[in-house]
Structures are given as structure tokens and as C-alpha cells.
Design a binder for this molecule. Sequence first.
Ligand SMILES: NC(=O)C1=CN([C@@H]2O[C@H](COP(=O)(O)OP(=O)(O)OC[C@H]3O[C@@H](n4cnc5c(N)ncnc54)[C@H](OP(=O)(O)O)[C@@H]3O)[C@@H](O)[C@H]2O)C=CC1
Ligand SMILES: Nc1nc(=O)c2c([nH]1)NC[C@@H]1CN(c3ccc(C(=O)N[C@@H](CCC(=O)O)C(=O)O)cc3)C=[N+]21
Length: 377
Amino acid sequence: MALTKMTSTIIFTHTSSSSPSSSTSRLICFNNTKLQKLQKLTISHYRRSNPVPISISSRGFSTTIITHCSSSSSTTATQVNNETSANVIDGKRVAKDIREEIAVEITRMKEAIGIVPGLAVILVGDRKDSATYVRNKKKACDSVGINSYEVRLAESSTEEEVINHISKFNDDASVHGILVQLPLPSHMDEQNVLNAVCIEKDVDGFHPLNIGRLAMRGREPLFVPCTPKGCIELLHRYDIPIKGKRAVVIGRSNIVGMPAALLLQREDATVSIVHSRTKNPEEIVRQADIIISAVGQPNMVRGSWVKPGAVLIDVGINPVEDQGSPRGYRLVGDICYEEASKVASAITPVPGGVGPMTIAMLLSNTLLSAKRIHNFR
Ligand SMILES: NC(=O)C1=CN([C@@H]2O[C@H](COP(=O)(O)OP(=O)(O)OC[C@H]3O[C@@H](n4cnc5c(N)ncnc54)[C@H](OP(=O)(O)O)[C@@H]3O)[C@@H](O)[C@H]2O)C=CC1
Ligand SMILES: Nc1nc(=O)c2c([nH]1)NC[C@@H]1CN(c3ccc(C(=O)N[C@@H](CCC(=O)O)C(=O)O)cc3)C=[N+]21
């Protein structure tokens, strides 16, 4: 069933040309006094002279929409007052800004020392989604001037073959980052494979040494995992304060939830982790000023789970059937956007939120690696 498309007003908040980092603009919702009092979200345009556009979704009208937040097959038509809602945290736009920044740095490095960063990607098997991600990563590399190398192996290949390819890339001076696309076929031991990536080229940040350092006070990982790094970068670029806030991470996977919680803690948030065995998830989530959800359950987090004014970062990428869309499905997050965006002060959309940031952070880590290996500042 068609979803009524919400219109958006794009507001460019001001920036000061002399000092973008100190330029701030107060952004308030126009027609929800409760939120006006609660959020008073200050948006500044961190490290960029370009303003980040803040989308204020449909204001001041009332309409009937079909909420797709019900996990049961029966979707419910709900009369929703489309009074103002959260600011949209535009990951697609921020990722584009970051790619532009990276491209400038890559040109500078090439001109100064003749080095071009290289990223090697190993894809095992023929999962369609993995093939799409790898294609997107290659496109992103091309767009900023990173050389990309790709190895595609059959589903039936052995762990040893994968590790042999990793070893070659470890020894290849033109490669500064190595990414093994996950998930691997079930007959392979993920740990053995990931441990084979030399830590200096572990741009995914999945090596236990990198994760271990991330967890320890006073230690610095060589690389921070891309998706959690992208979440924090979004908060920073929108000047959303983290220090002293209550944060809840939903999900505790090695690649997203756990490192996201560690990063938030490093940023001085007070962090709780909710997982599949958590007894009272709603109650815990409702206490959060910042929610990062990485579960893989479409629309699990309902509006009633969200504290008014909270900031919501939705990592979940969940395909749900949609005959109206060309692919026969569409992507939704873990958070019920229609409901939660009416309660939160800011929210990432899916698609267009964390996903593009993950790829931007991969490029950023690859550049970082090349700079470190060649001692270029
Ligand atoms: N946007 C992006 O760039 C990326 C998006 N993703 C997406 O993020 C989502 C999570 O990915 P990933 O971390 O790899 O997934 P995993 O399946 O590895 O982990 C899911 C986590 O969610 C927890 N969980 C599952 N069900 C519930 C529940 N009902 N209530 C509370 N917690 C629950 C699990 O708990 P337990 O530990 O107890 O099993 C687990 O910790 C997926 O949709 C994935 O596609 C992933 C990577 C990048
Ligand atoms: N070694 C490894 N590193 C990863 O970082 C890794 C991985 N394996 N395996 C799979 C997950 C998933 N992941 C995504 C990256 C980008 C989008 C992304 O760009 N999504 C777009 C939508 C894309 C679409 O429309 O299909 C968006 O959210 O706007 C999504 C998901 C990285 N992962």
C-alpha cells in the first residue's frame, strides 16, 4: 500500500564564514511547544564551511497515513497528526561532504609524495546484498581517487584460500586497507580470517587488537570500526552533545553494537546495552538521550519507547516486502520512523542515514592508513 509521502522543508542554518566550527544556529521545531522546550537542539556546522541542511519534516497538517511499524502482517491505518517532528540527520549529505574532504586530501598526498591510497576487498560467495555493498564501495573509492582491488571467491572456496589472498594484500605496498566482506560462508571461521588481516591495514577495525585498544582507557586503536565511527561522526557534525548523556545501544554485535557502546563511553556518555535477553528493553530505552539501534528487526523501536527530545541513530537495514517498489522490497530501519520522529529531536532515516556514513568512514580509514604508513601529515 502506498505510503503518503511527507513533504519536507529544507532549512539551511547559517554558518559563519570565518569560523565554521564555532558558528551555531539554534534550531527549534515551530509547532510543537513541548518539543521546543525539551530539545533546543543547537546545530552548528562542524569543520565545514557548507551548512548541513536540516530537514524539518511535514509541518502543520494532519493526514491519514498507513504506519508500517506493526511487526504483524496487518498494518494499521492511524490518524496521525503530522505536527512537527524531529530534525532529519542527513547521512547521505554528510557522507558526500566527507568524500569531498577525502578527495582533497588524496590529491594533496599524491602531489606531495606520489602515493595513492589503495583498498582491497575480498568477497566470498554470491550473496546479492554483499555484491551490492562491494560495488558501492568500489564506486565510492573511484569517486575520491582511492585505488581499489577486488578478489571474488566462490562460496565453496576454503578458509586457507581466503587467508592466502589476505597475506598477499598484507605484503602488497600499494594496498593500505583490507576488507573481508561479511558474512563469510558458514564453513569458514570468521575469527581466523579476520585475525589474518595485519593490524596496520585493518580499515574495518575488526581485529581483536583494535577492538581491545578501543575498550581500554589510555589506549588508541589504529582504526575504529566504520559503522560506529559513522554514527559518532554524525552526532559530532550535527553538534549533538554526548558527554554526560544517557545513551542506549540496542544490539551488541562485534561489528556495530559493541564498538558503538565503547565509542559512546569514550565520549563520556553513560551507556547501557540492550540485547535479545534484556528483560525490559522499552523501559531502558525510554531513559536514553541518545539511542543507537543495531538489531536487524524492522520497526522494533516504537514511538512509545522514545523519550521526548531524544536523538535516534538507526543502523538497522531491513528489507521489507513492497510490491510498489521496483525491487519488490524497500529498506526500513530498526526504529519505527513514522512514530519515533514525532517524539525525537533528531533522527537518521533509512536509507540515507548511517549506511552512506559507513562507506565514507571506510574511505577515511583507508586514507588514514596510507598517511600513517607513509608518515604523511
Ligand atoms: N548501516 C550500516 O552501515 C550497517 C547496517 N547494519 C545493519 O544493522 C543491523 C544489525 O547488524 P549486526 O550488528 O551485524 O547484527 P547481528 O545480528 O550481528 O546483531 C544483532 C544484535 O541485536 C540483538 N537483538 C536481536 N534481536 C533483538 C531484540 N528483539 N531485542 C533486542 N536486541 C536484539 C542481538 O542480541 P544477542 O547478542 O543477544 O543475540 C545482537 O546483539 C542489521 O539490520 C544490519 O543489516 C550492519 C552493519 C552496517
Ligand atoms: N567487512 C564488512 N564491513 C562492513 O562494513 C560491512 C560488512 N562487512 N558486511 C555488511 C555490512 C553492512 N554494511 C553496509 C554498508 C553500507 C550500507 C548503505 O550504504 N546503505 C544505503 C542503502 C543501500 C541500498 O539502497 O541498498 C543506505 O542506508 O542509505 C548499508 C550497509 C556494511 N557492512
